[in-house]
Design a protein around this ligand. Structure first.
Ligand code: ZN
Length: 313
């Protein structure tokens, strides 16, 4: 992304981009302020006869930014690395004060760290949880980096889902921070955010334990149940199964709750849900959905995130 008729050079390492002062200054108050102080007559600051600005970022990131500024953000979102692109652009849009690009980059990241449960479920289908004890997934920037960027760029709507995302890994792993070898960056939460993470994780796991007791362990078939004895046995079996599920490495209450509806029957033939009478199955499904929504609605307060305009629903 370099133009022969460009009248400003942006320098990144040994690479430079000739761009149009009018285009970048109109979008970025940072460049606008900086270029108003550049003296084009000082020969040392000239590249190809144009005033030059040296930037800290690698040339790939600057090329990305310029394409988004010239051709719109949709021109750089075609690949599988869409969330990494959104991350880089929000970072740069914040740093270089590019007003139009900030909300657009935030929208991209909001698809992976959304404010609605249905969107989170959709994201989990597209990007399944990893099997290891680390939530690192190549398709997504690390949630630790997202939390830090959300703080920096004042984008609190990303925080509850990013905290929840991160809370799925063991606390010791989160506390150690995350080293992004490719980008040469190390990400670690601030002490205050680490406390919020652990408190939120604790609240979510307490909610799950209570939910399992109330919705499965002490459940009695309702008055409209067609087969009270058999349904009671199925509930008991489900309670045992789900407790085994919770014992896994990943602590993901939303996933554990959703899995209740897919638990296998005691004879291993199909899902346990199908062994319940229609009335009990319907009641359980409602309770599971209601419980998951209640958990999701609680995320901002559990993780200590305030000033969010709209959450859930
Ligand atoms: Zn029943």
């Amino acid at each position: 992304m370099s133009f022969d008729d460009g009248n400003v050079a942006l320098l990144s390492g040994s690479v430079y981009f000739l761009v149009h002062r009018g285009v970048i200054c109109r979008q970025s108050t940072y460049f606008s302020n900086l270029l108003s102080t550049v003296r084009p007559c000082s020969a040392g600051d000239l590249i190809d006869g144009r005033p030059a600005l040296e930037l800290e970022e690698c040339s790939e990131d600057i090329a990305l930014l310029l394409r988004a500024m010239y051709d719109g953000i949709s021109s750089v979102l075609g690949g599988e690395d869409v969330f990494h692109v959104g991350y880089i652009l929000l970072q740069l849009a914040h740093k270089y004060k590019i007003k139009r690009l900030q909300p657009e980059a935030l929208d991209v990241l909001s698809e992976a760290w959304p404010s609605k449960l249905s969107h989170w479920d959709h994201r989990m289908k597209l990007v399944p949880a990893t099997h290891s004890d680390d939530v690192r997934n190549r398709a997504l920037p690390h949630p630790t980096a997202i939390i830090n960027l959300a703080r920096l760029a004042s984008a609190p709507t990303l925080l509850p889902a990013a905290f929840y995302d991160l809370s799925r890994q063991p606390p010791s792993v989160s506390a150690a921070g995350f080293s992004d070898i490719e980008a040469g960056a190390f990400h670690r939460l601030s002490p205050a955010d680490l406390v919020s993470l652990f408190q939120g994780r604790e609240s979510a796991s307490r909610f799950l334990s209570t939910f399992i007791v109330q919705v499965l362990e002490v459940r009695v078939p309702g008055s409209t149940c067609a087969a009270p004895q058999s349904c009671a046995q199925v509930f008991e079996h489900m309670a045992q199964e789900v407790v085994c599920d919770v014992g896994g490495v990943m602590c993901d209450p939303l996933r554990v709750m959703a899995r209740i509806l897919a638990l296998p029957a005691s004879d291993g033939e199909g899902p346990a849900m199908l062994m319940l009478c229609a009335s009990c199955a319907e009641g359980l499904e409602e309770d599971v959905q209601g419980g998951r929504e209640m958990l999701w609605d609680s995320l901002p307060s559990w993780f200590g995130v305030e000033d969010i305009m709209s959450w859930g629903a």
